[in-house]
Write a protein that binds this ligand. Structure first.
Ligand code: PMP
Length: 428
């Protein structure tokens, strides 16, 4: 497989863009190779500048649940563009998408649109602090909530991949209000809350962690957090930027039957255009400017193209059987990959919730950041490069989640399992 043009472009990019990329994990640095420069994508496939085609399990890091360039989404956005790309004024489209989100997500009574997941979590935390009058926040080691200062503390995703979970440039004074607990350990949360009585504004977590690989919540963990937050007057925030509309139409809160006070969304609700959102109880959301005093704003918030892509995407997700089909395909692939590893004599720990899944390169069980961090990232890097050479495009880090889309075919799944068989043999 030729990568000459991608390599040339990466050199050029590195002259003008730090590290050659506009978001760190894209650089393929931790897997010891250079990134594919993408020319286009369609359905389950992504095509690079050298003319190679790959089965794509990154899906732009989650949004592309329908596959790339779904004709109905393309048509809706193309038509919307003819009417103007941004007004900075309210539109009916924003009401339509707000209503769809409110109808879908149990915890959301009111919602505000922003342009990224980072903005959604940053704003939700400001609102939780404004509402409670408390300063401290509690997050979990290995969870990623975007790159706001207070959240780059023991963060997952690229921050974990590159070994900078606590980024330089974040003053200690900004990070000192962030408490960090261990994922799936209610005891670690209770201890911190007890030490900081009446000071914790919110607990924020990925109800299914997707930024240290895929780590599902253990039975009772979300329920325990809910109870603790209710008793202590703490706002429970589910960051469903990844899991929202992904694991079920109503997200992880629908799957596990636990309703937080606030929810953040992104990725899928923008159908591939830049969107984020945060919502929750009316009583909390009304504290937001201009109905309340907590300030939050955005030039491109509620952008008509993004709203249109979101509306078209969510409409398609309502097709009967959509999530069931995705579940079946994802189970078949994740099981096939695990079997391929076993047959090759290389044990992995396979996790999956709906169409989010991950192969951890460890024989042990993974349920929090320390157990995820114990994985063999060198073996993962070899696997990643082998899969790429076989035409399978995975996230270039052990600490990320793979995503299935509606567009992936049975042939794609069989080809991926066959590629995994070859790749695991290389490592074993
Ligand atoms: N929260 C979660 C759970 C995420 O997975 C991400 C991004 N992967 C974010 C927040 C940040 O979103 P964005 O990259 O759109 O700022």
């Amino acid at each position: 497989m030729e990568h000459t043009r991608s390599e040339q472009l990466f050199q050029q990019a590195s002259q003008v863009i730090p590290g050659g990329v506009n978001s760190p994990v894209r650089a393929f640095k931790s897997v010891g190779t250079t990134p594919c420069f993408i020319k286009k994508a369609s359905g389950s496939r992504i095509f690079d500048e050298d003319g190679n085609s790959y089965i794509d399990y990154v899906g732009s890091w989650g949004p592309m649940i329908l596959g790339h360039c779904h004709p109905q989404v393309v048509q809706a956005v193309t038509a919307a563009l003819e009417s103007g790309s941004s007004f900075g004024a309210p539109t009916e489209l924003e009401i339509t998408l707000a209503r769809m989100v409110i109808d879908a997500v149990p915890s959301i009574e009111m919602v505000r649109m922003v342009s990224s997941g980072t903005e959604a979590t940053m704003s939700a935390i400001r609102l939780a602090r404004g509402y409670t009058g408390r300063d401290k926040i509690l997050k979990f080691s290995g969870c990623y909530h975007g790159h706001a200062d207070a959240l780059l503390v023991k963060a997952g995703s690229g921050a974990a991949t590159f070994g900078v979970p606590d980024s330089p440039g974040v003053p200690a004074d900004f990070a000192k209000h962030t408490l960090t607990a261990e994922y799936n350990s209610l005891e670690s949360v209770k201890a911190l809350v007890a030490e900081n009585r009446e000071q914790v504004a919110c607990i924020i977590l990925e109800p299914i962690a997707g930024n240290m690989g895929t780590v599902p919540p253990r039975e009772g963990f979300l329920e325990g957090l809910r109870e603790l937050c209710t008793n202590e007057g703490i706002i429970l925030i589910f960051d469903e930027v990844m899991s929202g509309f992904r694991v079920a139409y109503g997200g992880a809160q629908e799957v596990y039957g636990v309703t937080p006070d606030m929810t953040t969304l992104g990725k899928i609700i923008g159908g591939g255009l830049p969107v984020g959102a945060f919502g929750g109880k009316r009583e909390i959301m009304e504290k937001l400017s201009p109905s309340g005093g907590v300030y939050q704003a955005g030039t491109l918030s509620g952008n008509p193209l993004a709203m249109t892509a979101g509306i078209a995407t969510l409409t398609l997700l309502q097709q009967p059987g959509f999530y069931q089909q995705l579940e079946e395909k994802s189970a078949r692939l994740a099981d096939g990959i695990a079997r391929a590893a076993r047959d090759a004599g290389y044990p992995i720990y396979s996790t999956r919730v709906g169409s989010m899944f991950c192969a951890f390169f460890t024989a042990g069980d993974v349920h929090d950041w320390p157990t995820a961090a114990a994985c063999d990232t060198r073996a993962f890097a070899t696997y990643f490069r082998a899969m790429l050479a076989e035409g399978v495009y995975l996230a270039p880090s052990q600490f990320e989640t793979a995503f299935m889309s509606q567009a992936h075919t049975d042939t794609d799944i069989e080809a991926t399992i066959a590629a995994a068989r070859k790749s695991f043999k290389l490592i074993a």
